[in-house]
Write a protein that binds this ligand. Structure first.
Ligand code: UD1
Ligand code: CA
Length: 455
C-alpha cells in the first residue's frame, strides 16, 4: 500500500487571539503542526501535503522541509475544498487526512485505521463523547453500518442525540477521491464544501465505511483556544511522565514536570518537582535531579547529581559528577567523572578533568582544567578582550587560590599554585607558586581622620 497524507492547516484560529497562526502554537515546545508532521513521517508516506492559508508564509517558513509539499488554499471554503486543493499532487493509492491543530494523535491509532482501507472500504476514526456538541455525527443503519456524517449545524434533534462523533481523521482509496471531490456541494447550513459528505457518496458507490476509535479521546482533541491548548499540554506531559516512570524514573510529581523534546532515561533516576527537560536529553542510571532545574540538550552520565535550581544547556556531566545548587553550565561544558561544580558557578566551553572542583562563585569560560585541580571561590577566567576570546589552560593538580583573575591566553601547569587575590597574566611553571598581588603593608599607630567641627 502506498500512502499520501494530507494535513489540513489553513484555518484561522480566531479564538487563539494571536498574531501567530493557530497551528504554530506550541505543545511541549513543538508547534501543533510540527507534532502532526512528526507522526505523519513515522507512517513513511510517499508524500505529505500540508494545506495552508491563514498565515501561510509564517507556517511555510517555520516548517519548510524537503519532504513537505505545501498546498495553498486561498479561501477557506471547507474541509472538502481543502483536500481538493491537494488532489493534483496525490499519486499513492491511499490518502490519509490529518489536522494541523490535532497534535496528540498516536501513530498506532493511525496504523489501525490504515489497516481498514482498501478499494472497497474506507477507514473513519470516530470518538464517543458525553457531549458531542459541535461534532459531525456518525449516522448508522439498522445493521450498524455507517451511512453518513451529519454536521452538528445540519443535524435533526434525533441526530444530535447521537454520541458517536466524527474526529475528522479518515483514510480513503485515492482512486475514488477525484470523483467524490467533484461532486461536493456547499448547499448546507455553513455554505461550506464538507469533506464529511464523501461518506454518504462512498456508501452510495457500494463501499463499506469501517470505523476505529482512539484509545484515548485526547488523541483527537483539537485546540481552538488557549484553554484547550493548555489541556493538550498537560495531557502530553502526563503521557510523557508515565512513559518515563514505566522505564524506571521516579517523578516526585508528574503534574510538575515538563518535557519539551526527546528524553532517553536509564533506571533508578530521580526527578524532583518543577524540572524542565528540553531538546535532546540523555539521562543514564542513578541520576538525581533536584527541584527547579532546566536541562537542555545535555547528557547526564551514571550517578550524576544536579542540585536545585541548576541550569544546563549543551553540557555533559560525567559519572558521579555533581553541579549546583544554582549552577549554570552553558554550551560546551564538560565535567569528567566525579568533577564538582558548586553554587553560583558559571561554565561555558569549559572542560573539567576527573575530580576537578569549582565549589563557589566562579566564571570558567573557554577553559581546559586538569584532573583534581581546585578552583578557589571568586575566580574568573578573563577570556574576552572585547574583540576576541582566548583560552585558559590548567594542568592536573593545580590549586587556584580564591579571587583570582586568570587573564587568557594563559597556562597554569601541573601542580602549580596561585595565591589568593592574584591576577595571573603569565604562564606558571609546574609546581611553582605564583603570587600576583600587591604586598600588604602595615602602618603602626595609624590615626583615623576626625570629623571637622562646623562653627
Ligand atoms: C470538522 C468536521 C466535523 C468534525 C470536526 C472535528 C467537516 C465538514 N466537519 O468540523 O465532522 O466533527 O471537524 O473537529 O469536515 N480547514 C482548512 N480549510 C478549510 C476549512 C477547514 O484547512 O477550508 C481546517 C481547519 O484549519 C481545521 C480543520 O480543517 O484544522 C477542521 O476545520 P473546522 O472548520 O474546524 O471543522 P469543524 O467545523 O470543526
Ligand atoms: Ca467549520
Amino acid at each position: 500500500m502506498s500512502l499520501d497524507i494530507v494535513i489540513l492547516a489553513a484555518g484561522q484560529g480566531t479564538r487563539m487571539r494571536s498574531a501567530l497562526p493557530k497551528v504554530l502554537h506550541p505543545v511541549a515546545g513543538n508547534s501543533m503542526l510540527g507534532h502532526v508532521i512528526h507522526s505523519a513521517r513515522q507512517l513513511q508516506p510517499q508524500g505529505i501535503h500540508v494545506v495552508i492559508g491563514h498565515g501561510a508564509e509564517q507556517v511555510r517558513e517555520r516548517l519548510a522541509a524537503d519532504d513537505l509539499n505545501f498546498v495553498m488554499q486561498d479561501k477557506q471554503l471547507g474541509t472538502g475544498h481543502a483536500v481538493a486543493q491537494a488532489l493534483p499532487a496525490i499519486t499513492a493509492d491511499t490518502v490519509l487526512v490529518l489536522y494541523g491543530d490535532v497534535p496528540l494523535i498516536e501513530v498506532e491509532t493511525l496504523q489501525r485505521l490504515l489497516a481498514k482501507v482498501n478499494d472497497k472500504q474506507l477507514g473513519l476514526l470516530t470518538v464517543t463523547l458525553q457531549d458531542p456538541t459541535g461534532y459531525g455525527r456518525i449516522v448508522r443503519d439498522g445493521e450498524g453500518q455507517v451511512t453518513a456524517i451529519v454536521e452538528h449545524k445540519d443535524a435533526s434533534e434525533a441526530q444530535k442525540a447521537i454520541t458517536e462523533g466524527n474526529t475528522g481523521i479518515l483514510a480513503l482509496p485515492a482512486a475514488r477521491l477525484a470523483d467524490w471531490m467533484g461532486r461536493l456541494s456547499n448547499n448546507n447550513a455553513q455554505g461550506e464544501y464538507y469533506l464529511t459528505d464523501v461518506i454518504a457518496m462512498a456508501v452510495a458507490d457500494g463501499l463499506v465505511v469501517a470505523t476505529e476509535q482512539p484509545h484515548d479521546a485526547m488523541e483527537v482533541q483539537g485546540a481552538n483556544d488557549r484553554r484547550q491548548l493548555s489541556e493538550l499540554e498537560r495531557h502530553y506531559q502526563l503521557r510523557e511522565g508515565r512513559r518515563l516512570m514505566a522505564q524506571g524514573v521516579t517523578l516526585r510529581d508528574p503534574a510538575r514536570f515538563d518535557v519539551r523534546g526527546e528524553v532517553t532515561v536509564g533506571r533508578d533516576v530521580l526527578i524532583d518537582i518543577n524540572v524542565i527537560l528540553e531538546g535532546k536529553v540523555v539521562i543514564e542510571d542513578d541520576v538525581q535531579i533536584g527541584p527547579n532545574c532546566v536541562i537542555k540538550d545535555s547528557t547526564l552520565r551514571k550517578g550524576a547529581i544536579i542540585k536545585a535550581n541548576t541550569h544546563l544547556d549543551g553540557a555533559v556531566m560525567g559519572e558521579g559528577s555533581d553541579a549546583g545548587p544554582f549552577a549554570r553550565l552553558r554550551p560546551g561544558s564538560v565535567l569528567e567523572a566525579k568533577a564538582h561544580v558548586g553554587n553560583f558557578v558559571e561554565l561555558k566551553n569549559a572542560h573539567l578533568g576527573e575530580g576537578a572542583k569549582a565549589g563557589h562563585l566562579a566564571y570558567l569560560g573557554d577553559a581546559e582544567i586538569g584532573a583534581r585541580t581546585n578552583i578557589g571561590a571568586g575566580t574568573i577566567t578573563c577570556n574576552y578582550d572585547g574583540a576576541n576570546k582566548f583560552k585558559t589552560v590548567m594542568g592536573d593538580d593545580v590549586f587556584i587560590g580564591s579571587n583570582n583573575s586568570l587573564v587568557a591566553p594563559v597556562e597554569i601547569k601541573a601542580g602549580a599554585t596561585t595565591a589568593a587575590g592574584s591576577t595571573i597574566t603569565k604562564a606558571v611553571e609546574p609546581g611553582d607558586l605564583a603570587v600576583a598581588r600587591a604586598r600588604q603593608e602595615n602602618i603602626s599607630g595609624w590615626k583615623r581622620p576626625e570629623k571637622i567641627k562646623k562653627s
